[in-house]
Design a protein around this ligand. Sequence first.
Ligand code: KG4
Ligand code: ZN
Length: 370
Amino acid sequence: MKILSIESSCDETSAAVVEKKNAKLSVLAHVTATSLFTHAKTGGIIPENAAREQVKYIIPVIVEALNKSHKKKTLQSWKTARQILQNDIDALAVTYGPGLIGSLLVGVETVKTLSYVFNKPLIPVHHLLAHIFANFVVHNHIQYPFIGLVVSGGHTDLLYVTSATTYSWLGGTRDDAAGECFDKCARLLGFAYPGGPTISKLAEKGNAKNISLPKLMKDKNFDFSFSGLKTAFMNVVKKEFNVYSSPNKKGYSWIHTSVEALPEAKQQLLYDLCASLEQTIVEVLVRKTLNAAEKYNCKTVLLGGGVSANHTLLEKLYQEATIRGKKINIFSPPQEYCTDNAVMIGAYALLNYKPENIENVHATPELYFA
Ligand code: KG4
Ligand code: ZN
């Protein structure tokens, strides 16, 4: 079975053709247009801007993905794309939530139209579950049950997953998401969106022990909270980096233009601060994930979402599992399937094939776990 899948929940417009043959998934085409550069300029995602970019890209990425799936040379030919969709695609899948309403509407309404015109079944997909199931694209033999940790720009959730269709939600963030905390702290330093990769890179040169930030959520439940950390981080930035809110006073608000231009001691302080932030976020993610694995007696942990691209997170998970004397299999998707992509949408639709009448498929920005 071959699925054409679409992801448009936030700032990426992505289309893929994914196939399932003898229980094995393979990616025949994957095309993603990003509007990241637009959001880098505004220091974060402005929903209206993101939606406008989605409208621009949605048809070109679909046409290109279809042509690529047949190795056509003319990637923007609507004629061949149409034939491929008509003759070779069995079903369509689309992210219906959660996400930004304008961005979601672009994908959902486009795919509903294609489903109607080409008479193809349509599978609506939960974006966050798809993040976790992205691991199945590259790993064939993942065993249930497992603990799933969704860590993205908008979400931080722990799940106990017993099959492709059954799971329980264990807990999630009460305020900011892990990725959001990285992004907002990076912004305080003047770095562009997305801040996670930048903080992580600077953290490589730092020593987390030199700056202490408050340890997060020591309680035994599976909830998270990152807003206090952001405030503590902001206080250090204000004090040490002389960043003023008043436009009259000149501080180090130009950090982003050249870290090297900072006095040497401040450079090291910046690296240490980034290392401390990363370590604090990673520590709570690791502790709660392994607590969940122990409580539910799971030998497997799956990560998903943009922050799962963070190397320190993966390293610390392995280290802490070893310290606890646990043999745990940890899976994290390859970089291109960590951040938003249509491959994970097609993969989840193939693993959990539940077509829905188009009348019942709606963009749902506030979609929670059942
Ligand atoms: O899953 P995603 O692409 O979009 C959402 O659904 O939110 O995740 C984007 C988030 C951003 O907050 C970004 O800063 C974060 O993932 N991120 C990282 C890294 N790469 C991306 N955070 C920490 N370390 C990274 N290497
Ligand atoms: Zn996402």
